[in-house]
Design a protein around this ligand. Structure first.
Ligand code: PBG
Length: 327
């Protein structure tokens, strides 16, 4: 056979395969989402998310020590308040779980980079991501609540804020608030392209944030749309976002790819709770090998163009990188 091209030449052994890899995966690119719950002495497993826990701020040492040991240095904090109200005022409480956790982490683990999710749904009694006007989330009124929340996170010492609400104009409003209050150096990671997704199911269980009526389709995106994602990202770039995000990840790799090719900002993708719990459940049922699936899906996100991966598997991935399974 006279074959000029024999792609198998570059697949002959692990060394050459690794030499020609097109996608390099680094622990530096991983962010671990962390649920902090108001109260003390709480470490409770989340029923919908096998292996994930809610922690009160005073009980974060174990998980943070593990993260540091694994080589994961960035966390994304979510708060679970004790009390909720119509406008979610717990979100900007200086004594709230997130604010306490930020202070705790920055004091005891200054090497950890603390990013905070900024949204109202965990704090509102109705579970929507902002203030209601009738049955509808009022955009401009919600901006004020979000800005107050982001500012309180920055004041507690957060390194970066990450608004996940999908209100129009929030990046500009938040940038202005942070700048006017002396936080012009705090970056904003925008959940720029966030779809209304059933993949958030386990998270809503974890955070008790399911809407009490209706759905989030009036603010989160319709999953039929790709160009709209580019438009959303463009708006956030114009408004001063430092990092843009696509969420969820696995069913949206086309969007990750297109956004990464269109904008020159760092791109994060968030492999969400449903992606995590589906893999956990399938592996538990003996249908797939968990480690192999975690590696393959994570690499697919980087291959699609993500620079940063937010994932509940961050610590597992760090281990797989150490073991040379991926990298
Ligand atoms: C808050 C928020 C959600 C997630 C991140 N921030 C839930 C939602 O929008 O309903 C989902 C994260 C996950 O599923 O892992 N708005």
């Amino acid at each position: 056979m006279e074959l000029l091209n024999r792609p198998r030449r570059l697949r002959a052994n692990p060394v050459i395969r690794s030499l020609v890899r097109e996608t390099r995966v680094s622990k530096d690119a991983l962010v671990y989402p962390l649920f902090v719950r108001e109260g003390t002495d709480i470490v409770e497993e989340i029923p919908s998310m096998d292996g994930q826990y809610r922690y009160s701020p005073d009980r974060l040492d174990g998980i943070l020590t593990q993260l540091i040991g694994a080589g994961v240095h960035s966390v994304l904090l979510f708060g679970i308040p004790e009390h909720k109200d119509e406008i979610g005022s717990g979100a900007w409480d200086p004594q709230g779980a997130v604010q306490q956790a930020i202070r705790y982490i920055k004091k005891k683990y200054p090497g950890i980079y603390v990013i905070t999710d900024v949204c109202m749904c965990e704090y509102t009694s109705h579970g929507h991501c902002g203030a209601l006007h009738g049955q509808v989330v009022d955009n401009d009124e919600t901006l004020e609540l979000l800005c107050k929340t982001a500012l309180s996170h920055a004041q507690a010492g957060a390194d970066m804020v990450a608004p996940s609400d999908m209100m129009d104009g929030r990046i500009l409003a938040m940038r202005n608030t942070l700048d006017e209050n002396g936080f012009s150096e705090a970056p904003i990671m925008s959940y720029a392209v966030k779809y209304a997704s059933a993949f958030y199911g386990p998270f809503r269980d974890a955070a008790g944030s399911a809407p009490s009526f209706g759905d989030r389709k009036g603010y989160q995106m319709d999953y039929h749309n790709r160009r709209e994602g580019i438009r959303e990202a463009a708006l956030d770039v114009e408004q001063g976002a430092d990092i843009i995000m696509v969420k969820p990840a696995l069913s949206y790799l086309d969007v990750v790819h297109e956004v990464s090719g269109t904008f020159d900002l760092p791109l994060a993708c968030y492999s969400v709770s449903g992606e995590y719990s589906m893999i956990k459940a399938a592996a538990k049922a003996g249908l797939v090998d968990e480690a192999s699936i975690v590696c393959e899906t994570a690499v697919s996100m980087f291959r699609a163009g993500a620079d940063i991966l937010i994932t509940y598997f961050a610590m597992d991935l760090a281990r797989y990188i150490d073991e040379g399974r991926i990298g």
